[in-house]
Design a binder for this molecule. Structure first.
Ligand SMILES: Cc1ncc(COP(=O)(O)O)c(C=O)c1O
Length: 378
């Protein structure tokens, strides 16, 4: 039977599973810890191979008790595509994890499937989220699938088409004259006033559990070998933290050979993680006047900053900023390789180019780029 406990990612305090949000002592994010000693890695590897697609086939490492069913729309099992883009990068084996092929067009589906599943099983019928667009669409769809309601707070400058996409799934949207942090404040207020469950990034522990399945799929597809490096477009950092968690869990189960360096890419107009990495800080100061066309990366302050920075450092990776032009050009380059990449996906290719030029990515290495959303989500 799958069982897990929750502990604070910062102070380590244990927290009861039922109704958990943030650490009651220090207010930091909680992480799910499974009893890995009680699991047999070889047995899991064989069991997972016999199950149908989708991220819930890794259920022994997911927040689901025996007999419980997830709220699912078929998320996960996205392709890992080998791309050749430009002679200058010919020395690398570049793979793109194409998360644009999820039900609502982005990797947010995994996290929201995780969060809505657990909360619904605990009786939640009303959700709230601050969003740059993709998380809102995902929450709207998964809340709808669970028969629950969704309230979204979204910056006014988010493109109209993005808002329409969320409305399509029946969500209610409030436009906010401010950035995602202001939306976050209003979402928290709304939650306090109405009792709606707040599934804001890292304010509950299960979006990470959904997002970590990206890395599970990557390692499984590479025949249980870790890629040499991943490049991840980082806003709140859920997927990066989840990827690191997967590598640790698979390591403890004896299911992964080798190690992976994790790299975060952000926009030059909003790069709090890059700045904190370079100045050797454990927490990232808020970025003032955040400005980038990559809305998913326009996150001035991340609640899980220390978890992101720890993962980058412990893995021997790093953090790099690229400008909007480089991201857009690189997204077009991926387009010419047949991949419908959003600008955030483009950012990973632009970053890989720079990291290769700096000698941080080396000839012969396998490098995974995360295309976190489909071009059409914009
Ligand atoms: C397309 C896209 N890429 C990347 C991100 C950042 O993701 P994370 O919060 O996991 O760092 C977002 C978040 O909104 C996004 O929509």
């Amino acid at each position: 039977m799958t069982d897990w406990r929750l502990e604070c990612g910062d102070c380590g305090e244990g927290v009861p599973v039922e109704g958990a949000t943030l650490c009651p002592s220090c207010g930091k994010p909680l992480l799910a810890r499974y009893d890995l000693d009680a699991l047999d890695g070889e047995h899991l590897r064989r069991a997972w191979a016999t199950r149908r697609g989708g991220m819930w086939r890794y259920r022994e490492l997911m927040p689901l008790h025996d007999g419980e069913s997830p709220v699912t729309l078929g998320e996960g099992s996205t392709p890992l595509l080998e791309v050749s883009v430009g002679e200058d990068l010919a020395g690398l084996r570049l793979l793109v994890k194409d998360e644009g092929q999820n039900p609502t067009g982005s990797f947010k589906d995994r996290g929201l499937s995780g969060a809505v599943t657990r909360a619904s099983l605990e009786g939640v019928r009303q959700f709230v989220i601050p969003t740059a667009g993709n998380a809102g669409a995902a929450l709207a769809a998964y809340a709808a699938a669970a028969g629950a309601s969704a309230q979204l707070f979204m910056p006014t400058d988010t493109p109209e088409g993005v808002a329409r996409r969320c409305e399509h799934y029946g969500a209610n949207i409030d436009r906010v004259d401010g950035l995602i942090d202001e939306c976050g404040r209003l979402a928290a207020e709304f939650g306090d006033e109405t009792g709606a469950f707040n599934v804001s990034t890292l304010k509950e522990p299960y979006r990470i559990e959904g997002k970590k399945t990206m890395m599970l799929e990557i390692v499984e597809e590479l025949d249980w070998k870790a890629p040499d490096a991943i490049v991840y477009p980082t806003g709140g950092g859920t997927g990066l933290i989840g990827s690191w968690k997967t590598l640790q869990e698979l390591g403890a189960l004896g299911l992964v050979e080798g190690s992976t360096r994790l790299y975060s890419v952000q926009g030059t107009g909003c790069a709090p993680i890059v700045r904190a990495f370079e100045s050797q800080q454990r927490y990232a100061a808020k970025w003032e006047d955040a400005d980038t066309e990559a809305f998913g990366l326009r996150v001035p302050g991340a609640l899980g900053d220390f978890l992101i920075l720890d993962a980058l450092r412990e893995s021997g990776g790093g953090a790099i900023a690229v400008d909007d032009h480089a991201m857009t050009d690189a997204a077009l380059e991926l387009g010419r390789a047949g991949i419908g990449a959003a600008i955030e996906g483009g950012a990973t290719l632009a970053a890989a180019r720079e990291l290769y030029a700096r000698g941080e990515l080396r000839d012969g290495e396998t490098v995974v780029l995360f295309n976190t959303a489909h071009l059409l989500t914009y």
